[in-house]
Design a protein around this ligand. Structure first.
Ligand code: TXA
Ligand code: MG
Length: 334
C-alpha cells in the first residue's frame, strides 16, 4: 500500500484535502491526522472492519480499547448510554480539548472499539484539522495515537511515517502538534470519577469543576487494569532510556567514559557539558513547554542512533504528573 502524505494548513485546512481524507475514512481507510495532543490514526468508529485495520497497522493488542473522537458533545451523548452531570460539566468546560471521558457505551459502538467492554472513551479534539475532518466525514472517528504499539507517540507527520509508512492510506501533515502529550483519560462511570491516564489537563483543573477525583493512574499499570492500555512499558523510544534526578551528571560521565554515545535530555538549564559522544537537548522548566517538546526530543535522539538516553527528571509535583507517568513507562524494562 502507498501512504499518501498531504500537507494541510493547521489553522485553515483546505477543503479539497479534507474532502479526500474524509472520503478515504468513509471508504473504510486509515487516515492519520493531527490533534492538539499527538497525531491520531483514524478510522470510521462505526465500521468494525475499518477499526480492525487500526489494530493490525499498529500491532495493537485487541484488549486495548480506542478513543472515539467526535465534533460536539451532543455526538458524544449519542454514543453513550448515560450522560452523568460530571460529564456535562467537564464537556462544557474542557471540550474541545485534551480530556477523554469514559462513559457507558451504547449498542451502536462496535465491540472492537471498546475491547468488548461496557464503556466507551470519547473526546472532542481542539484542532482545526481534526474538527474539519470530523465535520466532513460525518461519522465519529476512532483514533489511537498514530504509532506502532508501545512506541513513542508521534507529534509530527514524519514520526507517523517512520512507524506506519505502507500500512495506512493517508497522513494529513499539519505540522508539529502543540500539546505533545496524550489526553487525560477520566472514567466518569464511577463515584468519584477515576483518573485512568494523566494528561495535559491536570487533576486539579478537573477537581475545580467537579470535586474530588480518584488518582489511581500510577497503580493501574498492573492487575486487571481499568484502562487496559496502561501498559507498564509504553511510550518508549527504541534506545534504552534512564531517568536521573537533577544532580545526575555522574551517570552521564560514567556512560561517556565507557564510550557510549549518550543523548541527555536536560531540564531547564544547559549544564555546559560539551563532550564527544554527548548530545544535549534542553527542555523548558515549565510543564506545557516540556510536554510539547518531549516526544520530539526522544524521536530525534532515536534517529541519531545514540546508545543511551538519559533524562533529568522534573520535580515530583502534580503539574508534572503526566510527564512523570510517560517517563516511567518509557524507562520500564523491556
Ligand atoms: O490525546 C490522545 O488521547 C490521543 C489523540 C489521538 O486523541 N489518543 C490516544 O489514544 O492517546 P491511545 O489509544 O494511544 O490511548 C487511549 C487510552 C489507552 O490508555 C486506552 O486503554 C484508554 O485510552 N481507553 C480507551 N477506551 C477506554 C475505555 N473504554 N475504558 C478505559 N480506558 C480506555
Ligand atoms: Mg497510544
Amino acid at each position: 500500500m502507498r501512504t499518501d502524505v498531504l500537507r494541510v494548513d493547521p489553522e485553515a485546512p483546505a477543503k479539497d484535502v479534507i474532502a479526500r481524507a474524509a472520503a478515504a475514512l468513509r471508504a473504510g481507510g486509515l487516515v492519520a491526522f493531527p490533534t492538539e495532543t499527538v497525531y491520531g490514526l483514524g478510522a470510521n468508529a462505526l465500521d468494525a472492519v475499518a477499526v480492525g485495520r487500526i489494530f493490525a497497522a499498529k500491532g495493537r493488542p485487541a484488549a486495548n480499547p480506542v478513543i472515539v473522537h467526535v465534533a460536539r458533545a451532543e455526538e458524544a451523548r449519542a454514543l453513550a448510554a448515560d450522560w452523568p452531570e460530571t460529564a456535562a460539566r467537564l464537556a462544557a468546560r474542557f471540550w474541545p480539548g485534551p480530556l477523554t471521558l469514559v462513559l457507558p457505551r451504547r449498542e451502536i459502538v462496535p465491540d472492537i472499539v471498546t475491547a468488548g467492554g461496557p464503556t466507551v472513551a470519547i473526546r472532542v479534539p481542539a484542532h482545526p484539522v481534526a474538527l474539519a475532518l470530523l465535520a466532513e466525514a460525518g461519522v465519529p472517528i476512532a483514533a489511537p495515537s498514530a504509532n506502532r504499539s508501545t512506541s513513542l507517540s508521534p507529534t509530527r507527520a514524519e514520526h507517523v511515517l517512520r512507524g506506519l509508512d505502507g500500512r495506512i492510506e493517508m497522513i494529513l501533515d499539519g505540522g508539529p502538534t502543540a500539546g505533545g502529550l496524550e489526553s487525560t483519560v477520566l472514567d466518569v462511570t464511577t463515584a468519584p470519577p477515576q483518573l485512568l491516564r494523566p494528561g495535559l489537563i491536570t487533576p486539579a483543573q478537573i477537581e475545580a469543576e467537579i470535586g474530588t477525583v480518584w488518582r489511581s493512574a500510577g497503580e493501574a499499570a498492573d492487575g486487571p487494569a481499568r484502562s487496559p492500555g496502561l501498559l507498564r512499558r509504553h511510550y518508549a523510544p527504541r534506545t534504552p532510556l534512564e531517568c536521573v534526578t537533577e544532580d545526575g551528571d555522574a551517570l552521564v560521565e560514567e556512560l561517556l567514559r565507557s564510550s557510549e554515545r549518550v543523548g541527555w535530555i536536560q531540564f531547564g538549564s544547559q549544564l555546559g557539558l560539551e563532550r564527544p559522544g554527548l548530545v544535549v537537548k534542553v527542555l523548558p522548566r515549565e510543564p506545557a513547554g516540556y510536554a510539547a517538546g518531549l516526544y520530539a526530543a526522544l524521536h530525534a535522539l532515536d534517529t541519531m542512533g545514540v546508545d543511551r538516553i538519559v533524562v533529568t527528571l522534573p520535580p515530583l509535583t502534580e503539574e508534572w504528573l503526566a510527564v512523570h507517568d510517560r517517563l516511567r513507562r518509557a524507562s520500564a524494562a523491556r
